[in-house]
Structure formats: structure tokens, C-alpha cells
Design a protein around this ligand. Structure first.
Ligand code: KG4
Ligand code: ZN
Length: 334
């Protein structure tokens, strides 16, 4: 009997330190994650140097915890997969170097993973019945992109934000409402108690052709509104702002899915955890005959399970690996 193939996934591109172990291509046997959010909330955003140092401090313990969770030994690892971009260069260097050290020490192959592709693989971990081709919306703190996935490993950019990412706008509006970083989940809860029709915020780019997004103007509209109406209910501001974000994301994504003649729309990334977005996308998708799927909420925000899944696929199916000289690529695209 051959030994099972274990991939260790390492994610450290921003402020989550995460390690996962995968058996074969899809069977997750350990998934540990440590969020630095509390450390950075003091500064109102991620401080790269602080993030790098904290990744360094936490990684060895997370690797140990993952091995214990899976009930395996370090020597059982067959492949190391670590995020090499996009992200913050210091934090990327820590996870990448740590991963390369493990690969070198064990004498096993190493593969660098594109974090954005990782988000797409979160979908594969959760919904095995949805297979390419499909349209993907990657919506996170750093990215808002529509990608036509013709097969895993083959991506065609259909549209992207011309300024802020949706998550970035959510975090900034959250800050205006007095919520600490990251604000997405709290804005989600606040909006559930507010009236989404209370304020008529703009729906940026929703009438324009093409599939690009813009959220900077909407964020400024909220700022001006709050200056003019400082007593406005926070719940109503959150609900009305989110209604605009959700409306634009849903319309553009469904239009793109139809234009590219895809039957499935897959929504991934931190903002895909948003309850209002999940509800609206599914409702509007079914009206258009499009099946909209999301990973489970815990696999929407940054994690290493998706990195291990993408790495294992590239190695086991596409027969790829990287040399240990692979460096971090902060602006890597799909
Ligand atoms: O994918 P992710 O963890 O990191 C990046 O790759 O950027 O996404 C983080 C973003 C943050 O902007 C955070 O506020 C947002 O996802 N987020 C949410 C929710 N949970 C996290 N946004 C809206 N609703 C949520 N429930
Ligand atoms: Zn991410």
C-alpha cells in the first residue's frame, strides 16, 4: 500500500497566519488559523512590519498544532505549498521562507501558490459538484475581480475594480462608523438591523458597459453624508451602503456570467462571507437561471486550506513544482 499524499499549506500574505494539511487533492485533515486582527485594530489597519514579526512568532506553533490535529508526523508531508503573492512583501517572505525550509529539510517538492487562485480553490474544497468552466467573483480586502475560469489553472480576467476593493471600502466605511479593523463582519451585522432604503447612495458603474467596478466614490459619498447628517442611524448608513455594494457586485457578476454563457457563478474571498451578498446573489441568480455558489463562510476569509488545495492540484494534476529560489511577488495577478 502506498503512503497517503499529504500537502502542507502555508498562508501569510496579510494578517492571518494559517496552516492546513490536506490528504490527496481535497481531503482536509487539519486547518489552523490565527488572526492578527486584534493587534492591527489598534492602528486602524495592517502594519506590515508588525505582521511579519507576528507571522514569524506564530508559524512554528501553528505547524505543530496542524500536525497534531491531523495525527501525522512532519516526515509524512509529501509537498509544501505556500502563498508567494499577491500580498505584503514582508509577511509573504516569512511564510514562503518557512515553507521552503520545510521542503528543503524533508527533501520534498515545493510549490508557490497565487493567493487569488487559492480563493478560487476554497470553492473546490466545499462544492465538488461545481467544475469549470464557471465565472468567479473574487471579492476581498485587496481585490474585486471577475474571472472566467475555463479550467483550474486557466483564468481570464473579465473585470476588476478601478480603485478600491469592495472589502477595502467596507473597512473604511466601518471606520467612519466607529468599527475597528477589519469591519466587514460587523458592518454585515449592523446592516441587518438597518433600513437599506433609508439613504439613496450611488450604484457606481452599474449603468456603464463592461465589468469593471469602482468603490472609492461610494465611500466618499458615505463620508459626505455622515458629515451632513451626523445623527443618522449607523444601522441605516451601514444597510444603505451595503445595499449599494451588493447591488453592483450582483448585477455585474450575473451580467458577466450570462455574457460568457456560463451556468455557474462562484463567489469567493472575504466579502463572500457577507450574508446580504449571499442572499441577494442567490436570489438574483436563480431568476436568471444561474447557479450561484459560495464556499462555507470559514473558507471565504483567508485560510491555508485553500492554499494547500491549489498547491496539491498544481502538483498532482498539472505536475508542477517551483525551485526553492522562488521569491515573493507582492503584485502577482492571476
Ligand atoms: O479574503 P480576505 O480574508 O483577505 C484578503 O485577501 O483581502 O478578505 C478580507 C476582507 C476584509 O475587508 C473584511 O472586512 C471582509 O473581507 N469581510 C467581510 C465579511 N467578513 C470579512 N465583508 C463583508 N461581510 C462580512 N461578513
Ligand atoms: Zn484573501
Amino acid at each position: 500500500m502506498t503512503n497517503p499524499f499529504y500537502t502542507i499549506g502555508i498562508e501569510s500574505s496579510c494578517d492571518e497566519t494559517a496552516v492546513a494539511l490536506l490528504r490527496g487533492e481535497k481531503e482536509l485533515v487539519a486547518n489552523v488559523i490565527y488572526s492578527q486582527a486584534e493587534i492591527h485594530s489598534r492602528y486602524g489597519g495592517v502594519v506590515p512590519e508588525v505582521a511579519s514579526r507576528d507571522h514569524m512568532r506564530k508559524l512554528p506553533y501553528l505547524v505543530r498544532d496542524a500536525l497534531v490535529e491531523a495525527g501525522i508526523d512532519m516526515r509524512d508531508i509529501s509537498l509544501v505549498a505556500a502563498t508567494y503573492g499577491p500580498g505584503l512583501v514582508g509577511p509573504l517572505l516569512v511564510g514562503l521562507s518557512y515553507g521552503k525550509g520545510i521542503a528543503f529539510g524533508l527533501g520534498v517538492p515545493f510549490i508557490g501558490v497565487n493567493h487569488l487562485e487559492g480563493h478560487i480553490f476554497a470553492q473546490r474544497l466545499c462544492n465538488t459538484e461545481v467544475t469549470p468552466p464557471f465565472m468567479a467573483l473574487i471579492v476581498s480586502g485587496g481585490h474585486t475581480s471577475l474571472v472566467d475560469v475555463t479550467s483550474y489553472g486557466e483564468y481570464h480576467l473579465v473585470g476588476m475594480t478601478v480603485d478600491d476593493a469592495a472589502g477595502e471600502a467596507l473597512d473604511k466605511v466601518g471606520k467612519m462608523l466607529g468599527i475597528g479593523y477589519p469591519a466587514g463582519a460587523e458592518v454585515d451585522r449592523l446592516a441587518s438591523r438597518g433600513d437599506p432604503t433609508a439613504i439613496n447612495f450611488p450604484r457606481p458603474m452599474s449603468g456603464s458597459p463592461g465589468f469593471d467596478f469602482s468603490f472609492a466614490g461610494l465611500k466618499t459619498a458615505v463620508l459626505y453624508h455622515l458629515r451632513k447628517h451626523p445623527r443618522e442611524k449607523r444601522e441605516d448608513v451601514a444597510a444603505s451602503f451595503l445595499a449599494s455594494v451588493v447591488s453592483v457586485l450582483t448585477k455585474k457578476s450575473i451580467d458577466a456570467t450570462r455574457r460568457y454563457h456560463r451556468k455557474n457563478l462562484v463567489v469567493v474571498g472575504g466579502v463572500a462571507a457577507n450574508s446580504h451578498l449571499r442572499e441577494r446573489m442567490q436570489a438574483d441568480g436563480s431568476k436568471s437561471g444561474i447557479d450561484v455558489t459560495f464556499p462555507e463562510v470559514k473558507y471565504c476569509t483567508d485560510n491555508a486550506a485553500m492554499i494547500a488545495a491549489a498547491g496539491a492540484y498544481h502538483h498532482l494534476v498539472l505536475r508542477e513544482s517551483h525551485p526553492l529560489s522562488l521569491g515573493p511577488q507582492p503584485s502577482l495577478s492571476l
